[in-house]
Design a protein around this ligand. Structure first.
Ligand SMILES: [Zn+2]
Length: 133
């Protein structure tokens, strides 16, 4: 199945999708940072130690850990979204990093920062699963 090269219109469409997701992720992180700095002022005043050490005490252990994990994954997503914008500028957007085929548009609609096609994604997940055993 040979996917077609993305037209300039399509590229603009995906660029908007990516910028939209980027804004959402940044808003999300800003909100959490605001909440955390409020909490941090009440306790030690140090943001990073609040995030990690507060987890040893009290009942919001899981909540704090979850927040930290969500922040991490959100930051990773932002990194990938920025990479995708760079690929749009480079005109390499939509090309699978592994096999060099064009990534299916339906996949990009769902994951606009995808770097490889479904087939390669499945192969690499297969490999990971095998390595874990
Ligand atoms: Zn591929």
């Amino acid at each position: 199945m040979a996917a077609k090269k993305l037209s300039p219109d399509k590229l603009r469409h995906f660029e908007e999708l990516i910028r939209g997701e980027l804004r959402e992720s940044l808003d999300y992180i800003n909100n959490i940072n605001k909440e955390q700095s409020l909490g941090a002022r009440e306790s030690s005043g140090d943001l990073s130690s609040y995030a990690y050490h507060q987890a040893d005490q009290g009942s919001d252990t899981n909540l704090m850990e979850q927040t930290v994990m969500m922040l991490e994954s959100e930051r990773e997503k932002i990194r990938q979204l920025n990479e995708a914008l760079r690929r749009i500028a480079d005109e390499t957007y939509g090309v699978c990093e592994i096999c060099g085929e064009f990534i299916q548009e339906t996949r990009l609609e769902i994951i606009p920062y995808a770097t490889c096609c479904v087939a390669c994604q499945e192969k690499s997940e297969d490999k990971k699963r095998r390595q874990k055993r």
